[in-house]
Ligand binder design. Structure first.
Ligand code: AHR
Length: 325
């Protein structure tokens, strides 16, 4: 199973195309003797979550006997579109991808449909009105994650009568998790006017950007009570900025993040983060299972939602020793 860059996809992958359908028959080789070939267009390697997700997909493909063609789009939609077109050219059996952003996919998805190659969305959604462009969407409920973050905050500040000043580090602009985690959180805290989001900006889901944007927030706002970061990595970058500004993360500024990767959980156990909403990256086994079912002509649900929990500081201490990622 080769890890190939987008630019070399067209020449790097040769197998899997010999049994392509002629006319009316389904294009996929399905669950027979022939090996299933999956083209997977990953978002990038922007976070600990993404690294764990890539590992899960690669290991699960191997375990399921699926030949995986993997590409890393480096957080650029045009790279993902190129990779998907390359998979169509190579006549893979099934295409799976985690869309960098929600919009702008209709054309390439129509090309896959015309080539009779089923598409499975994993992790992130697209906003296409035509739901026949993909078979199913496997991933978290990001709105629910935002709501869980908001609910914790509402409970923590239940007896507070003054304003609670919040800064928000958003994920990649236009991505489903950034849009949904923002709206879910806003819906819950919006019920009480004391919660004020005084600044909200994208940190692109990376540690470096999280630090950079938090530095700017701290300079512009001396009165921050709470940081809500759409992922652990941005939260961890922000912790560096907060400490650099002479403040104590977790105490002077309460911090809520999303993901629950090991580094985030360690910071939670150390008292630097106050609460983490889990987003599981371990989507590989379910993805391979869905791909096999789709190719065997079985009906699959339109939406498969990942089961997730939340972690307090105490719960993080207990979970850390056996945390897989
Ligand atoms: O789409 C899932 C999000 O993407 C994760 O929460 C974040 O860490 C990643 O970059």
């Amino acid at each position: 199973m080769a890890l190939v860059a987008v630019g070399v996809l067209a020449t790097a992958c040769g197998g899997g195309g010999e049994t392509t359908a002629d006319g009316g028959a389904p294009a996929a080789s399905g669950g027979g003797d022939s090996t299933i070939t999956m083209g997977f267009a990953q978002v990038g390697a922007e976070s600990g979550w993404r690294t764990a997700n890539t590992k899960s997909v690669q290991e699960s493909a191997k375990a399921a006997g699926i030949d995986l063609k993997f590409s890393d789009a480096q957080q650029k939609q045009e790279n993902q579109i190129k990779a998907i077109r390359s998979y169509i050219q190579q006549k893979v059996d099934v295409i799976a991808f985690s869309p960098v952003v929600e919009s702008g996919w209709d054309t390439v998805l129509q090309e896959a449909k015309a080539a009779n190659i089923p598409v499975i969305l994993t992790d992130r959604a697209v906003d296409s009105a035509d739901k026949t462009l993909y078979k199913t969407f496997l991933g978290s409920d990001f709105v629910e994650e935002g709501k869980k973050a908001g609910q914790w905050l509402v409970e923590q500040y239940a007896s507070e009568t003054g304003d609670v000043n919040i800064v928000e580090l958003q994920g990649t602009t236009g991505s489903a998790p950034a849009n949904d985690r923002k709206s879910g959180f806003a819906e819950v805290i919006g019920a009480d006017p004391k919660f004020k989001v005084i600044a909200s900006q994208s940190g692109d889901f990376t540690r470096a950007k999280g630090k950079e944007v938090m530095d700017a927030f701290l300079k512009a706002h001396p009165d921050i009570d709470v940081l809500y970061a759409h992922n652990d990595d941005m939260g961890l970058g922000a912790i560096e900025a907060i400490e650099g500004a002479g403040k104590v993360p977790g105490k002077d500024i309460k911090i809520i993040t999303v993901d629950a990767v090991k580094d985030g959980m360690q910071a939670l156990a150390d008292g630097k983060i106050n609460y983490i909403v889990e987003c599981s990256p371990l989507l590989g086994p379910q993805l391979m299972d869905l791909a096999k079912k789709v190719l065997a002509g079985e009906t699959v649900p339109d939406r498969v939602v990942t089961e997730e929990t939340t972690f307090t500081q105490e719960q993080a201490k207990q979970a850390l020793p056996t945390r897989q990622y």
